[in-house]
Design a protein around this ligand. Structure first.
Ligand code: AMP
Length: 419
């Protein structure tokens, strides 16, 4: 089977690594891919992954049997719609289905109709109405740009003036079209957890929970980032959390969308808060998390390609997925200046050495191959994923491996998967 993978971050390197192990794969190419993925298959440069027709042309030219889409932007741009119209099998939601992530107001409306617990909310397009409404609710205030704002469109604050200012910024165009509507949401107190599922339009099968670390520095200090590390399995979660999320959140949402003629096929990621009243949804994402993908795929005992083909065709196999007993820990190595202005172009050493260590994988996120060797090319540079019999073993191995990687300005958290 010939597979085209769309995307070029750490998540896509890990997806490619797992797909490459399939019994049925014959060829794997990525657009744009990255220097880590290049060890697995060809990387196609120079194609805009937000251009549906360009992806269709690439898939046709390479007689692709399945296109797998990693990030959310190509989904919201309608890449799956164009592929499907051209008769090419694709794994990922259509543009209409991807509104679960690309429009918070859409997601809220579906959840309300499906009876899925979520924070109360109001959407506004008028600045004065948003500002007046905020003055009537209790702090903390949660104000969100409605559309895809690369994770930057959310403000949670105790300060009414700041909350009103954020609503003004959004509606005045700070986030472009993503902020043409703002959502003011009830604050949900409680522990945050993400649950991931593979959906085939009518049914969903859950992945194991993983815990990620969003803040830049140890002990959850510093600014929010795309993710500084992750581990799985996660101890101490309610036993029924995954089943409840599938039965009370994911399946009702799939049913409600299906009633509207929208079949959701693809990964679905529910961001939850465990409140005193049970799990409530913060947000949906139409893709796997990064770095959660890197640890989850390191533990998955399934042929990922067969799973994705069956989901894309609407018949996921019955029963839970198989996982190996090992624990996995991912440490994200970042560049100086991240998350604001990462320094790029710094020489990286140690990758080959670390890749040859047993039970360790280096997944590339933002690297570039130059005539002089590998260099940094963005904020999150590399993921070091280690597996072991326990979280402690995996963590110790991951930190040992990370200590062999060097580049100017390297920064990583030292407390990933610490009890
Ligand atoms: P989002 O992009 O919607 O996941 O929001 C980013 C982060 O803001 C979340 O991971 C939460 O930490 C926080 N957040 C968003 N919405 C709420 C809410 N309604 N209550 C509490 N925290 C929230």
């Amino acid at each position: 089977m010939r597979v085209l993978l769309v995307g070029g971050g750490g998540r896509e390197h890990a997806l490619g690594w797992k797909l490459a192990q399939s019994r049925t794969i014959t060829d794997l190419i990525a657009v744009p891919g990255n220097p880590g993925f290049a060890q697995l298959g060809a990387c196609v440069p120079g194609i805009d992954i937000l251009d549906p027709e360009a992806i269709v042309d690439l898939a046709l030219a390479n007689a692709i049997d399945l296109v797998v889409i990693g990030p959310e932007q190509p989904l919201a741009a309608g890449v799956v719609d164009a592929l499907t119209a051209a008769g090419i099998r694709a794994f990922g939601p259509t543009r209409a289905a991807a509104q679960l992530e690309s429009s918070k107001a859409f997601a809220k409306a579906i959840m309300k109709r499906a009876g899925v617990p979520t924070a109360d909310w109001q959407a506004f397009t008028n600045i004065d109405e948003a500002v007046d409404y905020l003055a009537t609710v209790d702090p903390p205030y949660v104000v969100k740009a409605d559309g895809l704002a690369y994770g930057k469109g959310v403000l949670v604050t105790e300060d009414l003036i700041a909350a009103q200012g954020w609503a003004r910024l959004c509606l005045a165009g700070e986030f472009g079209d993503a902020g043409s509507k703002v959502v003011v949401e009830e604050y949900l107190p409680g522990q945050e957890v993400s649950i991931f599922a593979i959906c085939d339009g009518t049914r969903a099968v859950a992945l194991e929970p993983a815990r990620d670390y969003k803040r830049h520095r140890d002990h959850d200090k510093g600014p929010n980032t795309g993710g500084m590390g992750c581990y799985s399995p996660v101890a101490g979660l309610p036993d029924d959390l995954v089943d409840r999320t599938i039965n009370e959140v994911i399946n009702p949402v799939l049913d409600e969308m299906s009633n509207d003629g929208i079949e959701y096929r693809g990964f679905l990621y529910a961001g939850l808060v465990l409140t005193d009243e049970g799990p409530k949804v913060l947000e949906f994402n139409c893709r796997l998390g990064d770095p959660e993908t890197q640890v989850l795929l390191s533990r998955l005992n399934e042929d990922l390609l067969e799973l994705l083909v069956s989901a894309a065709e609407g018949y996921l196999p019955d029963g839970p997925l198989m996982w190996n007993d090992s624990a996995a820990v991912d440490i994200v190595l970042t560049a100086a200046g991240y998350p604001d202005k990462p320094e790029i172009g710094r020489a990286i050493s140690g990758c080959n050495e670390v890749n040859s260590m047993p039970n360790v994988h280096v997944f590339h996120a933002n690297t570039r191959r130059t005539p002089d060797g590998l260099v940094t090319a963005g904020g999150r540079v590399l993921n070091i994923v280690a597996t072991g019999p326990t979280i402690t073993d995996a963590r110790d191995l991951a930190y040992d491996a990370a200590s062999h990687i060097h580049f100017g300005g390297i920064h990583y958290r030292r407390d990933i998967a610490q009890p």
